[in-house]
Design a protein around this ligand. Structure first.
Ligand code: BEZ
Ligand code: FE
Length: 285
């Protein structure tokens, strides 16, 4: 077709992706074209606005490098990452949540009951729970990668002068399916807001804060991997996460606890804070 109009352009462009050899690619591109055209039409986008949008994406590319992923951040603050999580989450497993940019592969091993505090400042917390199958059966041998920020609000990878790991570990559940570790209470922190995504947040009157959380990446042969977070119920940002990662089922209480024997076993002062949370994995297939 040589001539296109507003009535025909979506169909004309959609036809051009029909030759895609990959059926899934064809499906995704058709939906993409349809929605992109609809945005332009519905918002009656001007040339100037379109140019601004293209320049915004160009700036996102310019500020990105191996350790800064502005496009992922854009997806996060627009709720796209969380929508992908929600669309793909198994209904017979714990809810998933964003991975975030601070995950490091192959963190150092820590035995069940181990200490991640290592003398650093912060409020000591004992965190424990059981990894279970949907029917409640405990899962020994599940692998948990755990990471969080320190009392200064920073992840180890954000501290330029730090060598080595801090507040991250790999733990393998014991024969009762249990995990357990001592740590310091995580702090709320801001997503990077010195780039175009920060401009977007400011232009819409939004703040860049995420509520305090601990990240978990849990795997076990025969089960779907679970990437999730555990949030602090007392955090001031728990109802307004800048990246929409909070789910009611992932909000945990930090309970003031006075068990002298348990405190002694973990080298904790009394009283100490305790978080108990079980995670459920969905079988594969
Ligand atoms: C995080 O949880 O570490 C995070 C997630 C999304 C954007 C920035 C940080
Ligand atoms: Fe995080």
């Amino acid at each position: 077709m040589r001539s296109v109009s507003l009535d025909t352009i979506t169909e004309v462009v959609t036809k051009t992706v029909e030759g895609a050899g990959d059926a899934r690619l064809k499906e995704i591109l058709s939906v993409l074209v349809r929605h992109l055209h609809q945005i332009v039409e519905e918002a009656r986008l001007t040339h100037q606005e379109w140019e601004y949008a293209v320049n915004f994406l160009w700036r996102a590319g310019q500020i990105s490098d191996d350790s800064r992923q502005e496009f992922i951040l854009l997806s996060d603050v627009l709720g796209v990452s969380s929508t992908v999580d929600l669309v793909n989450s198994a209904n017979n497993a714990s809810e998933s949540s964003v991975l975030g940019p601070f995950y490091v592969t192959d963190p150092p091993g820590l035995p069940v009951g181990g200490d991640m505090i290592q003398g650093q400042p912060g409020q000591p917390v004992l965190v424990e729970g059981v990894i279970r199958a949907p029917d409640g059966t405990p899962l020994p041998g599940a692998v948990l990668d755990i990471w969080q920020n320190a009392d200064n609000g920073l992840y180890d990878v954000q501290e330029a002068d730090r060598d080595g790991y801090n507040l991250r570990c790999r733990m393998i559940t014991d024969d009762r399916g249990a995990y357990r570790f001592t740590t310091v209470r995580a702090k709320p922190y801001t997503v990077p807001d010195d780039g175009p995504v920060g401009d977007l947040l400011r232009a819409t009157g939004r703040h860049p804060w995420r509520p305090a959380h601990i990240h978990f990446r849990i795997s076990k042969d025969g089960y779907r991997e679970l990437i999730t977070e555990l949030f602090d119920s007392e955090d001031r940002y728990v109802d307004e996460d800048a990246v929409f990662g909070v789910r009611e089922s992932l909000v945990a209480d930090y309970t003031l606890t006075n068990d002298a024997d348990e405190a002694a076993r973990h080298g904790l002062p009394t009283p100490y804070l305790k978080v108990v949370h079980d995670f459920m994995l969905a079988p594969k297939g």
